[in-house]
Design a protein around this ligand. Structure first.
Ligand code: LLP
Length: 389
């Protein structure tokens, strides 16, 4: 991933910055096409995981749609070339202005999360003389077995319409004349590494599909969300997630009717392994019981370790000295500003470059300006001339 030409290029860039390896992204998209799109599945890319225009253009060109959760994301998707009929709008708290933006562009679908949202959407659609296509997001109460902050499909979570309310909602729908029910939607969580939760989701989706169709509704979209996890420990060996297995699981377990299409909303598994945060060692320091490597990136550039205790692999790009145990920390005045504790990496000194791996998803998008820190421009692999061997 980091041939010497790439590292040399990095030496002249202002750190910290995000680096995207487009070969990894393209290889990932090839697998999604081969094992997903070719089966007639539709994949919407979750812009919340990465919204860099250059990344979006590549993803759009591969035939994926856009899964948006704000007016800003809808606008970004449109600016990056997605057609409105390729855009789905999800989110538990859509504002009136955001809904109006979606209506104005006549987007593909609103994924609705509560009875009240349906009424508001219907009202706004009527005011604007529009018909809105909707999918009901149903909370399936399936344990995703991931970090509690990114578990979304349990009864205690704020997301979706509870099964107990579903019949009431279905009874009410015919009165909401500016809404057209096209599908059902689920999303049970993110960074899901085991396959059982997805199997359980399929069985829930199958029975709800039966139930709703038996009431006379015609569902054309069965949307099972995203959540497919990536390998943070071994980004080189597993640079492309096993989409054959992932899509294969759904092929085996989901029961579609002839008029139905299976939809996914993938974020992390599409872009996660393509991105790294490149940072420079500012200082090394010996604590009482620790060696610290203090780098120029902090939780402001990548908050995942601080927020979810995520362990991103750390590669030292400019030292091959003997390994030493470090806490790799950022410059922010909080102890949570730590990338890794007690990690064994080649001995580093001031000026060494480090790559914090698997940061393509939920990295750059979650950057903050805390401490008035400035953002440096991202670097893409196609900007670096690497001689072909
Ligand atoms: N669909 C819905 C409704 C979602 O809420 C999400 C992510 C996705 C799709 C995409 O899920 P993915 O395929 O990326 O797992 N900031 C956290 C992750 C938050 C995920 C939120 N929802 C992190 O850094 O781990």
């Amino acid at each position: 991933m980091f041939p010497s030409e790439v590292t040399d290029f990095f030496k002249n860039q202002k750190t910290p910055f995000y680096y995207y390896d487009l070969d990894v992204l393209n290889a990932t998209l090839e697998q999604i096409k081969k094992y997903g799109l070719s089966k007639g599945y539709r994949v919407h890319f979750a812009l919340k995981s990465n919204n860099q225009p250059k990344i979006l253009e590549i993803i759009k060109a591969s035939g994926l749609g856009a899964d948006c959760v704000s007016g800003g994301e809808i606008q970004r998707a449109i600016n990056s070339g997605f057609f409105p009929n390729e855009i789905a709008f999800a989110g538990v708290g859509k504002s009136d202005e955001e809904i109006e933006l979606g209506l104005k562009h006549d987007i593909f679908c609103f994924n609705c999360e509560s009875p009240q949202e349906l009424e508001v959407l219907n009202e706004l659609a009527e005011q604007h003389g529009k018909q809105a296509r909707i999918a009901l997001r149903i909370n399936p109460n399936v344990e995703a077995d991931t970090h509690k902050y990114i578990t979304t499909g349990l009864n205690e979570n704020k997301f979706g319409i509870n099964e107990s309310e579903l019949d009431l909602v279905l009874d009410k729908l015919p009165e909401l004349e500016n809404l057209e029910l096209v599908g059902i939607h689920f999303h049970i969580g993110s960074q899901i590494e085991k396959f059982d939760p997805f199997r359980e989701l399929c069985s829930k989706a199958n029975s709800l599909n039966e139930h709703i169709e038996s009431k006379g509704f015609k569902l054309t979209v069965i949307n099972v969300g995203g959540g497919f996890g990536i390998n943070y420990e071994h980004p080189n060996d597993s640079s492309v997630p096993d989409f054959e297995k992932f899509f294969g699981l759904f092929e085996e377990n989901i029961e579609l009717k002839n008029h139905q299409q299976l939809h996914f909303e993938l974020g992390r598994s599409v872009i996660g392994q393509s991105g790294s945060l490149i940072t420079k060692v500012l200082y090394t320091k010996k604590g009482i019981s620790k060696n610290f490597a203090i780098v120029d990136a902090g939780m402001t550039e990548l908050i995942r370790p601080a927020l979810y205790q995520a362990a991103h692999r750390i590669d030292v790009l400019t030292s091959s000295k003997e390994e030493k145990i470090y806490d790799v920390v950022g410059p922010i005045c909080e102890s949570s500003d730590t990338f890794r504790k007690d990690v064994s990496i080649p001995e580093v000194e001031r000026g060494d470059l480090i790559a914090i791996r698997s940061a393509g998803a939920y990295g750059e998008v979650m950057r903050s300006a805390y401490n008035l820190r400035e953002a440096n421009p991202s670097v893409y692999s196609d900007e670096i001339l690497i001689p072909k061997t």
